[in-house]
Design a protein around this ligand. Sequence first.
Ligand code: FES
Ligand SMILES: [Fe+2]
Length: 422
Amino acid sequence: MQTAAHTPASVEPVHLAWPSEGMTRVPYQVFFDPAIYELEQEKLFRGPLWSYVALEAEVANAGDFKATFIGDTPVVVTRDKEGALHAFVNRCAHRGALVCREPRGNRVRHTCVYHQWSYDLKGNLIGVPFPKGIDGKGGYPADFTPSQHSLRKLNVATYNGVVFASFSDQVEPLVEYLGPEMRPWLDRIFNRPVRVLGYARQFINANWKLYLENVRDPYHASLLHLFHTTFGIYRSSQGGGVILDRYGRHSMLRAYKRTQEEEVGAYRGANLRTYQEQYTLADPSLLKTRKEFELELTNSIHSIFPCLVVQQIQNTMAVRHILPKGQDKFELLFTFFGYEDDDEEMLAIRVKQANLVGPAGYISMEDGHATELVQQAIVRDETGRSFIELGGREAVNQENLLTETGLRAFWQYYRNLLGFNS
Ligand code: FES
Ligand SMILES: [Fe+2]
């Protein structure tokens, strides 16, 4: 029997002429073209990259599992009886149903609800109902071999308790993927075992890369977020800057306190909506902080390509996982964490400060909406492009907070990865 020739959308040529100005202009097409979204799923999420999938603390014990996604492909992370971590595509080898339907839990095996094929914690097929039929009738052909019907297994690696997976066998070792520029900053946060404190998730009607721009963008942080600026959590006049890895794919945005006068002076007379000197908190305990790192930063926002953000704002820490759901939507999953050895006071501080971020966070609620404001406005303008020249036209480390260097670096890397040339 002949099958019709089928060309997956992913190999359709994508018509995109990158503006000649290079990384200082981004064609809006990258945010709304379904063909580009398909290309990203294939070349990027299934390409030679590591994608964040879990914290080890979420799958600490034998049988623990977590269902998540790489790009928009559902995957499961498990810990087997010997303590090893595994990741596989969450798609039954029989007829393609989701095998694991809960976000997390503990199981000795994973059984597909559709026809009850079951898999061990490594993703191997271990049981099939009625393989030989009943009374010699029905069942599978004699050459049916369960070992040929495992779940699609992925490579797994961990760094300081953070779990990554990859579809590719060509991917470089995780420690090199993270790189010497980012590792010290991740070491600062993941310096001892963490404890998950809770989750928050939100659905955002915008392209996932708009959020990636957002977390690399120190400019907006004091101009969009009134809470940040007014209450001194983050101001453009603070110390800090942006550190990039050598490829520009990861970035680390950090800010630290200067004196009140140094910080506020820049805002007085600037007539900025986000600095409201007369505002005070009815309950100032929200911003009660405790020193915990040798290097004190009010904000450290790590963006690890493609979809992991590690955040420390005062004493609240979270990983934010960006889950693309089509060219114009993504889900954002916050996993709040502290350390296993936190005392009661520190735990209470972290829980209270979790109010700063998440879907309704005093700061973060504006970020999701800002990305939607872009998505709503760019639609159908085939020739439109953004303007990214704050802090110059290069993608280099900068020791100031009025720069878009992290965005330029990202776009340069993305453009090369996807093969978008002028
Ligand atoms: S699709 Fe999973 S058992 Fe049939
Ligand atoms: Fe923000």
